[in-house]
Design a protein around this ligand. Structure first.
Ligand code: MG
Length: 312
């Protein structure tokens, strides 16, 4: 493939290298309507690894009734090479999910918490305060089993019911998750309403509370076209882990838009222009997303995938 490349212009104030935490197989496919056969998912994961993604979240051990798209979690994990150089974290909603994940051989798990009362009730059937009691034994038991537990915090910028979420409320929730023993805190803009200075203010507030950017990942959604601007703000603050979904898989179920997760290709393109190392082969990634889009029966919403596959 011969194609245009962004000119690399290095900004010395930005990190030299970042880790792209790929969420397409889990967060992406969870929010796609189509059911993807397990062997196709396994091939998807293998192709992402071959494209250079250093970590790939592969599925969720949620009850199959809640998320039928991911009901094959144990079967999928059984097809993957666990214990290799690329970690394959899995989401675990509760202790039962953790037991299933550990029994399947997983040693990297993630829990999914809420920064708001409304979303804790809607998504977790809990309350903002009660969720910590739910996650505490999950994180503790994961660590006792030699696993690490990442914590997602959702609705960090806005909530569809509550509106803008106070920064102090987000910092309080994130700090409590880290205090439970989570290895990393992924701050999610679940409905994509965050803008750049909001990102800066939130990261500043975490810093003031003693939580450095080395413990934080950012999980941006491109629902309103702000994901890359927000990523740049987070890079300026020193964040070096970014969640992204190959091809932009995963519409946002909480906002009426085709666009949810930041596409990994869009992120890679910007990082290439900024001269920031990431280890991902963009062409191999685009081929993978195009292949998966064919399985899903809809084109990728990623601007970079579109630009690179329509012969511009
Ligand atoms: Mg997401």
């Amino acid at each position: 493939m011969s194609r245009l490349l962004p000119m690399r212009v290095r900004d010395a104030s930005l990190p030299e290298r970042v880790t792209i935490y790929e969420v397409g197989p889990r967060d992406g496919l969870q929010n796609e309507g189509a059911l993807v056969p397990t062997p196709v998912k396994a091939e998807f994961v293998e192709r992402l690894v071959a494209a250079g993604l250093p970590i790939v979240e592969v599925t969720s051990f949620v009850h199959p009734r809640w998320v039928p798209q991911l009901a094959d979690a144990a079967d999928l994990v059984g097809l993957l090479e666990l214990g290799g150089p690329v970690p394959f974290p899995v989401l675990v909603p509760n202790e039962r999910g953790l037991e299933r994940a550990l029994a399947a051989g997983c040693r990297h798990v993630a829990v999914f918490a809420s920064a708001t009362e409304a979303f804790a009730r809607l998504n977790l059937n809990s309350t903002l305060d009660a969720q910590y009691a739910m996650f505490a034994p999950v994180v503790t038991r994961a660590r006792d089993a030699g696993a690490d537990a990442r914590a997602y915090l959702s609705m960090c910028f806005g909530d569809p019911t509550e509106g803008p979420v106070p920064i102090a409320q987000v910092v309080a929730a994130g700090t409590r998750l880290l205090d439970l023993g989570a290895s990393q805190l992924s701050l999610g803009d679940t409905i994509g309403v965050g803008t750049a200075a909001h990102v800066t203010a939130l990261l500043d507030a975490f810093g003031t509370a003693g939580v450095g950017v080395d413990r934080i990942a950012m999980h941006f959604h491109d629902t309103y076209g702000q994901a890359l601007a927000n990523t740049l703000a987070a890079l300026r603050a020193g964040v070096t882990t970014f969640d992204a979904s190959a091809g932009g898989l995963g519409g946002c179920p909480y906002a009426k838009s085709a666009t949810g997760n930041l596409a990994t290709e869009d992120l890679v393109w910007m990082l290439d222009g900024l001269g920031i190392e990431h280890g991902v082969d963009l062409d191999a990634l685009v081929r993978t997303s195009t292949w998966m889009a064919a399985h899903l029966g809809r084109p990728s919403p990623s601007a970079v995938v579109r630009a690179l596959t329509t012969g511009t």
